[in-house]
Every structure is written in C-alpha cells, then in structure tokens.
Design a protein around this ligand. Structure first.
Ligand SMILES: C[S@@+](CC[C@H](N)C(=O)[O-])C[C@H]1O[C@@H](n2cnc3c(N)ncnc32)[C@H](O)[C@@H]1O
Length: 271
C-alpha cells in the first residue's frame, strides 16, 4: 500500500516550504542563472511540491518533467497552473525499474524532495552513477535524518524514536531503505564521484501552534513503533496518549531533522 496520500503531502508542504535551506536554494539559482532555459526532471514529484517551491526562484524559462509511480498524484501535478515561463509534462514511471529512462533525454537538472530517505544504498549508487554519467546537477531536498527531539521530554521518547528510525530503514520499494542515513550517504557518494556538494539543514520546527501536524506525526510514529515492536502495546498507547495530551494543551514542540543538498558536477572532469 502506498503511504503518500495527497492529503498528507498537502499538509506537509507548508512545513517543507519553510524548512528548505536558503543557502542551497541560492546556490541552485546561481548555478542555473547563466542558462537561457532549463529542463528539469523531478523524481517522485507527488503533486508538484518541488516545482511550487523552486520554480519562482529560478529566473529562467523552465520545462519541468514530473515523474512518479502514483497516477493519482501525477494527475494532480499535471493539472498545476504553472507560473509564467514554466511548462510542465508528467510521466508515470517506477524509479526502481526505470530510473535510467527517467534521466534520459534533454535534461539540465535533476530534483527530488522527501524521496531519498526511502531509497536503498544500491539504488543510491545507481542514481549517482547514472547522474554522473550524464554530468547532471542534482538538487535533493528534505531527506530526513535522526536529529529528532520532542519537548517536553517523556521517559519513553527515546525508545519510541529509536523504533521509528528502525522502521524508516524498512524496504519502501527500493530495497532496504537508507532512512536516517540517506543524506550522509548521498553526499558522500556524490563527493566520491567528483561532485561539489553544497549541503544545509532543512529541519522542521513544529511549535505548539502546529498541533495538527504534531498529532499527525505522533500517530504515524506510534504506528511505526508498534510495528517495530519498540514499545509494548500498553506502554505505546500510554506514551501516545501523554504526548497527544501535551499537544492538545499547547505544550508540545518537535524538531525533525532534514538535509538539503545541491550536487554540482565538475564540468571539466573526464571519465
Ligand atoms: C514523500 S513523497 C514526496 C512527494 C513530493 N516530492 C513532495 O515533496 O511533496 C514521495 C514520493 O515518491 C513517490 N515514489 C515512491 N516510490 C516511487 C517509485 N518506486 N517510483 C516513482 N515514484 C515513487 C511517491 O509516490 C511520492 O509521490
């Protein structure tokens, strides 16, 4: 079953928008500034959040090719009314089977948001090899890591969070997921491939006023921790109840770590 509903993506988009690292975005805008136009492939596009976030910052005519294996999400991306100077096409592709096809053709930039924590080390290696073979730059945003904190603390937070991190390493369709280790692994692989990488944090800070999103995250975590056997059932239920009560009382805050990076190929490098 696919866990990415349009409702969930819509709920997280404003948090992602706020969190995107401005220095990485500036580096991306600077990297494309000299081009007369740019062709972008957005992998795992969902409903088009990456386009909405960065198209207005790239001050050149753009063609976005949005790729996903969820037809319902793709249909929403296809219906986007793009800003002036931006054209969109969509394609249903399974990035496990058809990664190379997604990267073929006239492309100047690869983008992905909230995707890389799902992928396996083997897929990541394949992605870096294929991207480097085509000398493509890559903007990879909002990959979560294990920099997680909740306030005020509860004695069972650590056990719950550890179980969530283990759950994030389960197979999400790409083989065993890199989960919280994905961003570090991706940056290291691109650097080994001769890329210059500009990385920065894009952490979510959920304040007491973000109660709805906090409650949604806690529900997902409680489900994951229970599937992982991280907390005995009664303790898990009690933990979730205590945490939700703090959210309802406006006394809870959460910090969820993410990383953004831009990987730029060395244009002079020979294979
Ligand atoms: C967490 S969502 C992020 C969506 C969007 N980039 C955003 O930031 O809102 C991950 C996306 O990857 C897509 N996805 C997951 N596995 C995929 C695969 N094997 N092939 C293509 N897309 C995939 C999902 O359908 C979903 O749209």
């Amino acid at each position: 079953m696919k866990p990415f509903s349009a409702g969930w993506l819509a709920a997280r988009e404003p948090h992602d928008q706020r969190a995107r690292n401005p220095a990485v975005l500036d580096a991306l805008a600077a990297a494309v500034a000299g081009l007369s136009s740019i062709r972008i492939v957005d992998l795992g596009c969902g409903t088009g959040a990456t386009l909405r976030a960065i198209a207005p910052r790239l001050r050149v005519p753009q063609h976005w090719h949005c790729v996903d294996n969820d037809l319902g999400l793709l249909e929403r991306a296809a219906r986007l009314e793009p800003p002036s100077g931006v054209a969109i096409s969509t394609k249903a592709l399974d990035l496990v089977r058809d990664l190379e096809a997604a990267l073929d053709g006239p492309i100047d930039l690869v983008t992905a948001s909230a995707l890389f924590d799902l992928v396996s080390d083997a897929w990541l290696e394949r992605f870096v090899v294929e991207t480097a073979a085509r000398r493509l730059p890559a903007y990879i945003a909002l990959t979560h890591d294990d920099d997680i904190a909740i306030e005020p603390s509860d004695p069972l937070d650590d056990a719950a969070i550890a179980a969530v991190c283990r759950h994030q390493r389960r197979d999400k369709g790409f083989g065993p997921a890199l989960g919280p280790g994905a961003a570090k692994a991706a940056v290291a692989r691109f650097e080994r491939a001769g890329y210059r990488v500009i990385a920065g944090r894009s952490d979510w800070r959920l304040e007491p006023a973000d109660g709805e999103m906090q409650a949604a995250v806690l529900d997902v975590w409680a489900g994951a921790a229970s599937e992982e056997g991280g907390l005995p059932l009664a303790e898990g239920v009690a933990w979730l109840t205590r945490r939700r009560d703090l959210v309802a009382a406006g006394r809870s805050a959460m910090h969820l770590g993410h990383v953004d990076f831009l990987a730029l190929p060395d244009r002079n490098r020979q294979h």
